[in-house]
Design a protein around this ligand. Structure first.
Ligand SMILES: CC(C)(COP(=O)(O)OP(=O)(O)OC[C@H]1O[C@@H](n2cnc3c(N)ncnc32)[C@H](O)[C@@H]1OP(=O)(O)O)[C@@H](O)C(=O)NCCC(=O)NCCS
Length: 224
């Protein structure tokens, strides 16, 4: 995943901010993200108070080793949260906190960012604290985010990138029914070396009844 953890990673597209004519008026989500409720989690906008829990959940080696490096300080997470609010207002990016139904604490996040002037082609990324891996919360949250991306942001093509070595990340995308399109060679600099990433896509017309069409080719098992 290539999270745009810092604002300088994303070009300024504000001059081309999209004006969607979908079910939800574009300015609604720009001003305020809805609360999305699943069986196991709720998704809501990030709040400044999430900095501490996200810092502890997402900066561990096992969570961060195959993704763009998250902020390394609590203050860095506060700045990241403020930046997500600015990007949402500008109509370029949304970021949901993942909150287990029985907690108020954010244990992870999902990001969706526009790859062109509108959200028709977008990239998503996600990370959960490792105590919640394998809990079912990922799929529960992912379905809500995909429904929101397609139904509200107007996404036609939703891309995800995962390092080839990222067994859980690729396994999670495969399980959702994303289709593996190819390899982006040496596209993620991590730990001083460039990693290849797999490119996975979900199209709006393949996403029905909470799942995409099954991906025919098996996902290679790599490091977990
Ligand atoms: C990616 C992430 C959000 C997924 O959440 P999760 O709770 O671990 O996901 P799940 O357990 O529901 O699904 C992972 C699947 O991958 C499978 N898997 C695990 N290791 C694997 C490997 N080495 N190769 C292939 N599949 C693997 C799991 O068995 C599981 O499938 P199953 O439920 O059918 O058994 C979480 O692992 C995470 O935060 N990772 C760190 C950040 C990250 O890598 N983000 C993704 C970048 S694209």
């Amino acid at each position: 995943m290539r999270e745009p953890w810092r604002s300088e990673r994303v070009p300024d597209r504000s001059a081309y901010a999209p004006d969607h004519g979908g079910a939800v008026v574009a300015s609604d989500w720009r001003a305020r993200l809805p609360l999305l409720t699943g069986a196991l989690v709720t998704l809501r906008a990030l709040q400044a108070e999430d900095a501490a829990s996200l810092f502890s959940m997402l900066t561990t080696e096992e969570v961060s080793r195959f993704i763009s490096p998250p902020p390394t300080t609590l203050e860095g997470f506060r700045r990241f949260i403020a930046w997500t609010q600015e990007e949402q207002t500008a109509g370029r990016h949304v970021c949901f906190a993942v909150v287990p139904r029985d907690l108020t604490m954010a244990i992870g996040l999902f990001q969706v960012r526009a790859l062109e002037p509108t959200f028709e082609t977008a990239e998503w990324g996600f990370a959960l604290g490792s105590p919640y891996w394998g809990s079912g919360m990922f799929v529960d949250a992912a379905r809500l985010v995909i429904d929101f991306a397609i139904g509200t942001l107007g996404v036609h093509r939703l891309e995800a990138r995962a390092a080839v070595q990222n067994g859980r990340g690729n396994g999670a995308l495969h399980k959702l029914g994303a289709v593996r399109e190819g390899v982006l060679r040496r596209s993620l600099l991590r730990g001083g070396r460039y990693l290849d990433q797999l490119l996975w896509t979900i199209f709006h017309d393949e996403w029905t009844d909470g799942g995409a069409a099954p991906e025919p080719s098996p996902t290679p098992r790599n490091e977990s």
